[in-house]
Design a protein around this ligand. Structure first.
Ligand SMILES: *Cc1c(COP(=O)(O)O)cnc(C)c1O
Length: 717
């Protein structure tokens, strides 16, 4: 690498420091620990677990913390363990060859800078809340797999997103945990003078100073800005404390740091992006930073903001993830300028022009201000995240394009996808490796490779499904027991969790943010029918998880309704709510469920991705025809609930709940429990194969990143 101040030297120093702690045969563990590639290379997770599974878990599966704190005698012992050393050689070899592949330039001039308010790479780096972060994390990982020159830019939230604890009454309580940044696989970037690099962004009446951390995501660097510095006062430091703060002012300060600070940080490191990809509107202020430079470079008279944005537009791409106007945050002008005013003054951008560009209709002075309109105006391409979301977004943003018909609004779509090596359980991954092609992962977007799933024998496919379900049952038992103990539940109810679930029973999952529009409550509409579905010999068990936004009382009520099922005698072992849903449990959940539910109120699901993850593991989707499922469902590869929009939401909820019960009773259960002489559900597996074959290639991040690179980055559109 030609650039010496992009933090790569600093990471190398940290690696050297950690390596000195390790016995010589284990030295390679140090660089592996500082690169999240270990999380998706085959064998990577086993490497640390094999040394000391319990301590690794206690470290939050953070290999830097794990190796830093592991007693010397344990290190010495691991250094003489032949199996550990062989695995280390194997993982290290795979990772090295990944790192040495020649770079694929996306565009000649410089990298693509991918800006996002959250990144979900692994549970040890708690800078994510949910789906948006997972998408951004998967994007960086896939960019690495394709050796693309991409860099990520985000914020290092020291207290991350909320943790969830249910109390005895079933009500969600929130708490936050502060990360120990000294032991994260993240390294402070230093400048040419050897001192930590600092960027300054005017916020409120002062100046917010931030340092920059580098995280290696395979070949892709991720830069995270952090305001926890002596230069900042207590309020300013809080800016990078938590994700999606309740206060609009704090959020605006975060977005100023992300957008303006992010561009300045890249600049300070000598990184000159050819393209800025704004993943959701939060980073839109980056465009103002670039616009003001355009202004500075031009001699003579000052250009209007509109013209400045026009000049910068070539370098901006915007992806919108929010299909409801309310999901696109807006602010009063007073609030907006009390946080951002000083920055705009410094950028020499008149407030009224920025206000206009932040409204859907610039001249509508009473309209609140938002970053999504600004992002749309700043980018040469705006895209939604599924075919249907594209239609919804064109309709929704129509007023921003006066004189256009909905079909003419320049918003396209790239349907989301998921990173297969992250989201496919190892057993399924090796099954496909045996039957598709040893090299199939490099061709994950090619339907031809996936057609070979039709050749997988029933017994092998069923074995993998049963293993994954068993693994989930073990997780449910262990976690439900601890959750119940921690809530202070009656001991009999606690003990019931120890043998909750039956490893042979139909297992249905629902796990995601508990926003009201996701309609988890449909499941509870008709308790008698639900009980009948659960109760019979050929039973059904439900695993449910998800966090409600702290202020979303309605969503908290739904969660407490699930927990209240404990009063039903037969149910405690068949419906389990797992607390504090996040990446730690997500893979085992999506892999272990036979059926994955998604019940959004159409058209409010932009895409959804957890159903894609379930499909990659041989689970079947039962979902409303909204978001990705409205294009993924083909009649054979899962089940669908009508996705049309009804203004009478009450009537729609009743109808959709009925459709859900009907499908579970009349189609899902009979198919699952119809077995051949060997106990194998042949019809079920036919559907599983159809799901893998039709969804595997289309909803991989490989296809998604291809679409971005070819369809948007390089298209010049
Ligand atoms: C995939 C994922 C999500 C997104 O789920 P949706 O289906 O898009 O609602 C949220 N949280 C976690 C932890 C995930 O892994």
């Amino acid at each position: 690498m030609t650039n010496r101040f992009d933090g790569s030297r600093d990471v190398q120093r940290a690696i050297d420091r950690l390596a000195r702690r390790l016995p010589e045969p284990l030295e390679d563990l140090a660089w592996i620990a500082y690169n999240y590639l270990w999380t998706w290379v085959p064998g990577g997770k086993d490497l640390f677990r094999n040394i000391d599974a319990h301590r690794f878990l206690l470290s939050g599966e953070n290999p830097v913390a794990f190796l830093t704190n592991l007693p010397e005698r344990d290190l010495l012992q691991a250094a003489t363990n032949g199996a550990t050393l062989a695995l280390l050689r194997d993982v290290s070899h795979q990772m090295e060859s990944e790192m040495q592949r020649p770079v694929q330039r996306v565009l000649g001039a410089g990298p693509v800078a991918f800006f996002c308010a959250e990144f979900a790479l692994h549970s040890s780096l708690p800078v994510y809340a949910g789906g948006l972060g997972v998408l951004a994390g998967d994007f960086l990982k896939e960019a690495s797999d394709q050796a693309l020159d991409v860099v990520g830019v985000g914020l290092l939230y020291r207290r991350g997103y909320l943790h969830q604890r249910m109390d005895l009454s079933g009500w969600q309580q929130e708490y936050w945990v502060e990360a120990n940044t000294d032991q994260l696989p993240a390294v402070r970037v230093r400048g040419a003078d050897g001192a930590p690099l600092k960027v300054i962004v005017p916020v409120w009446d002062g100046e917010l100073t931030a340092q920059v951390w580098r995280v290696n995501v395979g070949r892709t660097p991720l830069y995270l800005l952090d305001a926890e510095l002596a230069e900042n006062d207590a309020l300013e430091r809080w800016v990078t404390s938590r994700l999606y703060e309740g206060s609009g002012e704090i959020r605006l300060a975060q977005y100023a740091l992300l957008g303006i600070g992010g561009v300045r940080a890249l600049d300070a490191m000598g990184i000159m992006p050819a393209l800025f990809h704004l993943n959701e509107g939060h980073a839109a202020l980056a465009a103002l930073e670039i616009a003001s430079r355009t202004s500075a470079e031009m001699t003579g008279e000052r250009l209007a903001l509109e013209s400045l944005l026009e000049v910068g537009r070539e370098r901006f791409i915007f992806t919108t993830h929010t299909p409801v106007p309310a999901g696109n945050e807006t602010y009063d002008a007073d609030e907006y300028f009390s946080v951002l005013g000083r920055a705009l003054d410094e950028l020499k951008l008149p407030r009224e022009e920025v206000a206009g560009a932040s409204r859907v209709i610039p001249s509508e002075l009473s309209e609140p201000l938002g970053l999504s309109p600004l992002a749309i105006r700043s980018a040469r391409s705006t895209n939604a995240v599924s075919l249907r979301h594209g239609e919804v977004a064109r309709e929704m943003w129509l007023p921003l394009f006066p004189g256009s018909m909905p079909g003419e609004v320049p918003i396209t779509h790239v349907t989301n996808g998921v990173h297969l090596p992250t989201w496919m359980a190892p057993n399924m991954r090796s099954l496909l490796g045996r039957h598709l092609d040893a090299d199939w992962e490099r061709h994950a977007h090619d339907p031809g490779f996936w057609s070979h799933v039709e050749e997988i024998p029933d017994a092998e496919l069923w074995r993998v499904r049963c293993e994954s379900r068993m693994d989930l049952v073990e997780l449910v038992r262990r976690k439900a027991t601890v959750d119940r103990l921690a809530r202070g539940e009656d001991i009999e109810y606690v003990k019931a969790a120890l043998d909750a679930f039956d490893p042979g029973h139909l297992t249905v999952g629902f796990a995601r943010r508990l926003a009201t529009y996701k309609r988890l409550d449909l499941l509870l509409r008709d308790p008698a029918r639900l009980r009948a579905i659960i109760d019979q010999d050929q039973g059904t068990q439900f695993v449910i998880a998800g966090k409600a936004h702290p202020r979303d009382v309605e969503a908290k009520r739904v969660a407490s309704g699930i927990l209240a099922l404990k009063r039903d005698l037969d149910v405690p072992n068949r419906v389990v709510f797992l607390e504090d849903y996040d990446l730690r449990v997500a893979l085992r959940l999506v892999a272990g469920c036979d059926v994955w539910l998604n019940l959004p109120r159409p058209p409010l699901e932009a895409s959804g991705t957890s159903g894609m993850k379930a499909a990659m593991n041989g689970g079947l989707n039962l979902s409303v025809l909204d978001g990705w499922w409205s294009e993924g469902y083909d009649g054979q590869n899962g089940w669908a609930i009508d996705g049309s929009v009804d203004a009478d939401t009450q009537a729609q909820d009743i109808r959709d709940a009925g459709a859900l019960y009907d499908l579970l009773e009349n189609e899902v259960k009979p198919l699952f429990y119809t077995r051949d002489a060997n106990g194998i559900p042949v019809g079920w597996l036919t559907r599983v194969r159809a799901s893998l074959r039709t969804l595997g290639s289309k909803y991989s991040a490989t296809r998604m990143v291809d679409d971005y690179v070819e369809g948007i980055y390089r298209s010049g559109r």
